[in-house]
Write a protein that binds this ligand. Structure first.
Ligand code: PMP
Length: 364
């Protein structure tokens, strides 16, 4: 009996049980094809249909029109850290604006610096990434070739609850850890990228949404794989795509549309899970200490500490004994992180909150 129900992993994360049941069957045989999903050709009509349906589902979920391309790529979100500046900077002012709001936007910046001279508009590094900037701390430039930010900092548990930037400067956003967990006003972005392994599938595929107009001034000397146009032309089949991962993402989008009822409904569920957990932190009389400023708390990743590292270790060990998985914080900051992606059920958070309360009583 797999303990999928109590999987609070930061990613790859919990997937919906209903999807896992279909995935399990597909390993032996995809009914429409009569073959295992692991052995179906990426050139088969069936797989071309999978990509088309998935693209349409993402368009439906986000309300995207044909001015966007929807791509399914490999290389993770990390590959996009480089592809974005490689694509957008041709012949332009070389100072795109970047926000440095946590571990992942730091990684993004590291790659951007290899391509260009990014301007860091705001950084939370000096105070340890405990909060995000307010609007009056951000003076966006009208001349920037683009603005890049990370919508949800997975490690620190910080999430922007608004769209940033100017409408006349292309917005680029790494939405890896909150993509399709809520509506996101996608049409206000020029590029959105998100790997699958948090809210929408297994590792191995990254969704990229890119506005067609950005491709007009692209450099012509990029390696084929690093040129978005290759993938657009080949309908995400430029080289062998991750057939299995793409199929699982299709099943998750069907689940979002048919079982959950779309992104507003998904958001309501995710908000309820997060509210329950943060309420438990806030009512613990300081036994559990939330890491993020209240206004910037992530609905996806609740990061918190206990008073000492020893107490945290006891918490983690007791949580494992009680059947919970994935609660240790990211290795760079430690502490506890409860990730509550789409696939995690409300009952799992109810159980965690109950466990936290019992642990607190036992330790007091
Ligand atoms: N961006 C964010 C927000 C992430 O959380 C992660 C990984 N957890 C990455 C980028 C890196 O993704 P990948 O491992 O797919 O390259």
């Amino acid at each position: 009996n797999l303990n999928n129900g109590l999987n609070f992993s930061g990613g790859p994360g919990a997937l919906p049980a209903a999807v896992l049941a279909q995935v399990q069957k597909s390993i032996m045989c995809v009914p429409e094809v009569g073959l295992s999903i692991l052995g179906i050709s990426h050139r088969s009509d069936w797989f071309l249909g999978v990509v088309t349906e998935l693209e349409n589902n993402i368009r439906r979920l986000l309300g995207l029109d044909k001015s966007y391309h929807v791509l399914f790529l490999q290389g993770g979100a990390t590959q996009q850290f480089s592809m974005v500046p490689m694509t957008l900077l041709h012949g332009k002012n070389k100072h795109p604006e970047y926000l440095h709001t946590g571990y992942w936007s730091g990684k993004v910046l590291g790659e951007a610096r290899k391509e260009t001279n990014p301007h860091v508009l705001w950084s939370g590094e000096s105070d340890g990434f405990h909060r995000l900037p307010a609007n009056d701390e951000l003076d966006f430039s009208a001349d920037a070739p683009y603005l890049h930010y990370v919508s949800n900092e997975t490690v620190e548990g910080l999430q922007f609850h608004r769209v940033l930037g100017r409408d006349d400067v292309p917005r680029v956003c790494d939405m890896s850890s909150d993509f399709l967990s809520k509506p996101c006003e996608a049409e206000r972005f020029s590029i959105i990228y998100a790997h699958a392994q948090k809210n929408i599938g297994p590792a191995g595929v990254t969704v990229v949404l890119i506005r067609d107009e950005l491709l007009q001034n692209m450099p012509d000397n990029l390696p084929g794989w690093l040129d978005y146009r290759s993938h657009i032309k080949a309908h995400s089949n430029y080289n062998t795509p991750p057939v299995f991962a793409i199929y699982v993402v299709l099943l998750v989008t069907r689940w979002l549309l048919d079982d959950i009822g779309g992104l507003n409904a998904m958001n309501t569920l995710n908000q309820r899970k997060a509210a329950l957990l943060y309420e438990a932190l806030d009512q613990s009389d300081g036994f559990y200490l939330g890491r993020a400023a209240r206004t910037d708390r992530s609905v996806m990743n609740a990061v918190f500490n206990l008073k000492t590292p020893e107490l945290e270790q006891r918490f983690l060990s007791a949580s494992r004994d009680a059947g919970f998985s994935g609660l240790s914080g990211h290795r760079v900051i430690g502490g506890i992180r409860a990730s509550m992606y789409n696939g995690l059920e409300l009952q799992a958070v109810e159980k965690l909150v109950e466990f936290m309360s019992t642990f607190q009583k036992n330790e007091s």
